[in-house]
Design a protein. Sequence first.
Length: 94
Amino acid sequence: MAVFDKLQFDESLEESPLIEDSRISVIQIYEMHVLRGLTTQEIAGKYEALDLEAVKQAVKYCISHPDEVRRQATSPLTVEIAERQSRSQGPASA
């Protein structure tokens, strides 16, 4: 089971989880990773509020929650990639 202790969840909002102590959403991180081709290390280095483990958790969260990505993504390509990655990883254990 994946641990997402670096993410903030607010059930009252219709938004994707945020990186802890920031206003950066997991969808934003995932899109930087899959659409811009940035590595998790590059993303973590780009933003002072992010550490590498938080970025990795954001990417893992999106892969294991393709429905969340479908609702929040700004690009159809992001949705397609998340669904493909989710299928290749098997059933979500979150």
